[in-house]
Design a protein around this ligand. Structure first.
Ligand code: GRF
Length: 206
């Protein structure tokens, strides 16, 4: 399964995906990492692992649509089947979503539909929830609103700061994202309306 990751920042989720692939736990080939920020550490991580690192800054293109058309062209040239957004800070336009319908995933640091958008961990603390967590979902035209693939709960502690909660959620993210991508690679995800059904693993032969 030919995978691409799109990231704008430090890329710790990207690193978790690379590690899972290198450990033989994720049957995927990471063909490229795309970033809108040439200085993103995610691109450096890609290069260190011999993965093609593509910087596609928005300023080189007239608008959001053209920017993502350019990215789609690069992905299609490389035969990418699944695109994983991992800390990609731009909203992808509807044409990009449609082109990769149910082939585009995102990870978000809350239990959606609670706390979509930016600074989800801060939102969770401000609201006073006792449990937060992370969600991997398919991307649709809305903001963090697509069909949910996997979720994991993380307790919120009395002395949490946004940073501490974020760090605890991040540890779970690093397990959850490779797991969701593995299910996709194994052909075990079916989108049925708003729900994602997870098919059972095939019985081992013999
Ligand atoms: C993660 O918290 C992810 O859930 C959110 O952005 C952050 C990216 O972190 N979408 P990293 O770049 O993978 O370290």
């Amino acid at each position: 399964m030919r995978l691409a990751v799109m990231a704008s920042g430090r890329g710790s989720n990207l690193q978790a995906i690379i590690d899972a692939i290198e450990a033989g736990q994720l049957p995927a080939q990471l063909v490229c990492v795309v970033s809108d920020r040439p200085e993103a550490y995610a691109l450096e991580r890609a290069r260190r692992h011999g993965i093609e690192a593509l910087a596609v800054p928005a300023r080189d293109l007239p608008d959001r649509q053209a920017h993502h058309d350019r990215i789609a062209e690069l992905l299609d040239q490389r035969g990418v089947e699944l695109v994983a957004l991992a800390g990609y800070l731009r909203l992808v336009p509807p044409r990009f979503v449609a082109r990769y319908r149910w082939r585009l995933m995102n990870i978000h640091p809350s239990l959606l539909p609670a706390f979509p958008g930016l600074r989800a961990q801060e939102q969770a603390l401000a609201y006073g929830v006792k449990v937060s967590g992370c969600t991997v979902h398919f991307v649709d035209e809305g903001m963090d609103s697509g069909p949910i693939i996997l979720q994991r709960a993380v307790p919120v502690l009395d002395d949490d700061t946004p940073e501490r909660l974020a760090a605890r959620i991040l540890e779970e993210e690093h397990r959850l994202y490779p797991e969701a991508i593995r299910l996709y690679a194994q052909g075990r995800l079916r989108v049925v309306g708003r729900r994602v059904h997870i098919l059972p693993a095939p019985e081992p032969a013999g």
